[in-house]
Design a binder for this molecule. Structure first.
Ligand code: HEM
Ligand code: HEM
Length: 184
């Protein structure tokens, strides 16, 4: 009889949790690629309408998905992680919740920033969503700036996070990466 494969019976994230994770990965990367930088005039110029609206649609989808995902996560606990030093486990937990915080803060600063600047959200299929805040350009500009910054931090952190997952798989040869992949 063949020996059982060591990856059989691994506790994985549920199919729903995996779907939410990988959809988020796709949307965050796409939002990053479509982001428009530069001055307010450039961002809201008609030449950048398509890119900006696509960016806003992708980003708002990240936001909606994250709210759903955090609820899901609070109801359904993740699988038990494999043996690892306490500092590593703590680091992973801290890293994950920092990423969740950014998945909320990045869209929120963008939406509030645009509204304070007096711009509607331009969300392709959803049409325009007019500001319902008093205009305050100074606050709006600061928030828009913070948004771009936090977006960069999110991408960096996600990159380190992905590298950590690969490190677990190829160096430690544990089940961390497998737990976020479908059972074949
Ligand atoms: C996870 C989602 C998002 C990521 C990763 C992201 C990333 C970024 C980045 C990196 C920039 C700066 C681009 C540069 O300076 O080169 C930016 C700008 C911008 N983003 Fe997002 N974004 C996200 C969600 C959103 C959402 C939901 C909106 C909706 C309002 C939005 C609206 C904007 C706008 C209007 C700018 C230009 C800011 C300005 O006026 O300077 N973003 N985004
Ligand atoms: C924008 C990109 C990404 C974001 C925002 C992201 C976000 C997250 C978050 C928030 C968690 C915590 C799940 C939980 O327990 O509630 C997680 C787990 C995980 N992610 Fe990602 N991720 C990204 C990209 C990637 C990539 C590229 C890989 C693979 C190379 C990956 C592999 C994993 C694995 C294996 C776990 C489970 C970790 C564990 O149980 O300790 N992620 N991710």
């Amino acid at each position: 009889m063949p020996a059982p494969h060591p990856m059989n019976g691994v506790e994985r994230y549920s199919a729903t949790a995996q779907l939410l994770h990988w959809m988020t990965v796709f949307l965050v990367v796409a939002a990053y690629i479509t982001s428009v930088g530069g001055s307010e005039t450039r961002v809201y110029s008609s030449a950048n309408d398509v890119s900006r609206s696509l960016h806003e649609l992708l980003g708002i989808s990240v936001f909606a998905l994250t709210l759903l995902r955090v609820c899901w996560r609070l109801i359904f606990p993740p699988p038990k992680s494999p043996e690892m030093p306490a500092w590593m486990e703590l680091g992973a937990r801290f890293g994950h919740w920092t990423i969740y915080a950014l998945l909320v803060l990045v869209p929120v600063t963008a939406i509030l920033g645009a509204w304070f600047e007096g711009h509607p959200l331009t969300v392709l299929v959803l049409g325009n969503i007019q500001p319902w805040l008093p205009q305050s350009r100074q606050i709006g500009l600061v928030l828009a700036n913070i948004h771009g910054w936090l977006g960069d931090v999110l991408i960096w952190l996600a990159g380190i996070h992905a590298a950590a997952a690969l490190y677990h798989h190829f160096w430690r040869r544990d089940t961390v990466l497998i737990s976020m992949l479908p059972d074949r």
